[in-house]
Design a protein around this ligand. Sequence first.
Ligand code: BGC
Length: 764
Amino acid sequence: MERDLKKIISEMTLEEKAGMCSGEDFWRLKKVERLGIPEVMVSDGPHGLRKQPGEADHLGIGESIVAVCFPAACATASSFDTELMNEMGKTLGEECQAENLSVLLGPAVNIKRSPLCGRNFEYLSEDPYLAGKMAASYIRGVQSWDVGTSMKHYAANNQEYNRMSCSSNLSERTFREIYLPAFETAVKEAQPKTIMCSYNKINGEYASENKHLLTEILRDEWGFEGYVMTDWGAVADRVTGIVAGLDLEMPGSHGVNDAKIIAAVKDGSLDEALLDKAVERILKVLFSYADNRHPEAVFDRDADHEKAVKIETECAVLLENNGILPLKEGRKVVYIGEYAEKPRYQGGGSSHINSSKVTSALESAKEKGRPVSYVKGFPFDKDEENAGELAAAVQAAKDAEVAVIFAGLPDLIESEGYDRKDMKLPACQNKLIEEVIKVQPNTVVVLHNGSPVEVPWADKTAAILEMYFGGQGVGEATDKLLYGEVNPSGRLAETFPLRLEDNPSYLNFPGDGVNVDYAEGIYVGYRYYDARKMPVRWAFGHGLSYTEYEYSNLNMPAESLDDKGCVKVTVDVKNTGSMVGKEVVQLYVSDKNGTAGRPVKELKGFAKVELQPGETKTVEFALTARDLSFYHEGLGDWYAPSGTYEVLIGHASDEIALRGELSFKTEKQLPLYVSGATTIGELMAHPVTAPIIGGLMQNMQGAMGAMQSDPTENVEDTLGTGAEMMKAMMHGMPLKSLASFAGAEMAAQIELMIQGMNQALGNK
Ligand code: BGC
């Protein structure tokens, strides 16, 4: 049904319109019965429903309905599987329809800047390309049920410490290349119905009153059509927010801010048309839900639990394996660590789910009749060493053929609301692992954590399986993977550094509480470790399998890519082992033109393919100019210089199998304003000024030494061989200095030339 929203709004009173722009209570929007505007409810998100019918809170403390806890984003991102994300989204969308929820508060797409961020478990990746593609798929899935999503937290909210007030200070380039693209991709590809702005400031301005963010970038550039809501309590100045493009305040201010909107319209400081626009955006989304209810939707908790198990099996990452895994049936195994019995499967805070059931690996092993014994070893909820438990664990490990230690981070260490202090596992766990390894070479470690941990014992273990916060089916999923019922296929969506101090944000995280400077710029995650050639524990994209894959036939187009075109890249991948498996083919792009300040390589494509033993499939990728580009602040746009780009295909960021070259030609010209401070090098690099400055150089032949006749030749060449120092000096020589060396006549000529070049460049 098409609603005439403008007509409805024209019939609303000023009070009703202001009221529509804030919540009725913690989770509901206001209704206007006389105009047929119904009350609708929203709910957290992102990996399950935290619907609170009674007492409400935004910290996951109070009761919520019994729901299904799916793997958190730290896990789902590791699937590198957009279809899986879509399936999970669809399941959540149906659950929302069945529970009468109009918007699900997710996905959360903030970039993992530091391993310490307490909420990393809820975020997807350190890489914006991966995060954007995965988020878009999730959004399409949820919204296929006419339920909205609220992509959050927009933007540059990458820590918990003082998240409600701190200013994230970063350059426009860093913002555009690292912290915005996940939002951008998902807006352009999936149109989330709503976006949640973050609490923090960006370069001193609250996200909730940031017009550049909420209107210029989000709507004018990306074409966002939905409404922007605040994170819970993120309003600063309400009226400034409306002007900036903020539509809905949640959970509401008990009328205080509504009154400010009304007063501002009355005294003329707020244009009523802006308020009408905000109301229109809210109503559009509200009716897109209310007019499209799905009575057939059911929330089948048992069926969805099975889906949660299935999803987690596709997410877990096999980090190390000397061949001990998959475990052979009948081997005498001991499970150590309380997580074997009580898995850590979700993070604390607003995403916390009241799970319908939780399965442990121990329970699953028993159900399947596996010869597995169990020793607690250490507690699941604190860092407390118990000598008796430790001794029992060591003895049991000695007596068994294989020891599987279930390690992880307790709630107290990793949660929304605060950041971790270090990257370590609890000391009691590290000690137990070290002791067990001494007596049992077949020691496997299973990890339950939302973000990387230091693993000093890694080289001494037989295998390490990263389950992340794997949702309520994590136990069954662990069992299937350990025993080879499913072949692990997850890949790390983040780097595991060897130690916290190696992380690029280390010196600037989390700032002083007022400001946090993103001084590492675009060098986040593998972009930094690659550039520094720094050894890491496990690289971005890493993940093992019980089979092997081989790459061949990388096919690159012979013709140049241009600004508007799109090229197809294909590659063959073969399963050369003996077990069916899923490979994640990764494509990275590298600028080979010596452009300053570019990462060694950046992910620009990935695909997950299932392969039977011996089977080969051809995987196809599409590349456009944007995939080669960086954000040029002077141009205010994406830019890639004409030249050569390398396309790298591989199994992980540190396991590149094939390389090919692509040529690119751009019509875009970088802005140049010529003044006395402009250098010869800058002028030679620009196609408009290069011939002019070349001409001048020729005229100066006498003064400057032997010159070649072609004025468009590079300055370097015109100076003859052996004059390295002279070349470098000329390259960096500003026109004003050249003028002072060259004498009065030439100086006058240079003055005129500056005017001429600006004219030729179209500068005023
Ligand atoms: C969180 C949001 C969440 C909201 C509602 C806030 O504290 O930052 O992610 O959606 O609460 O619970």
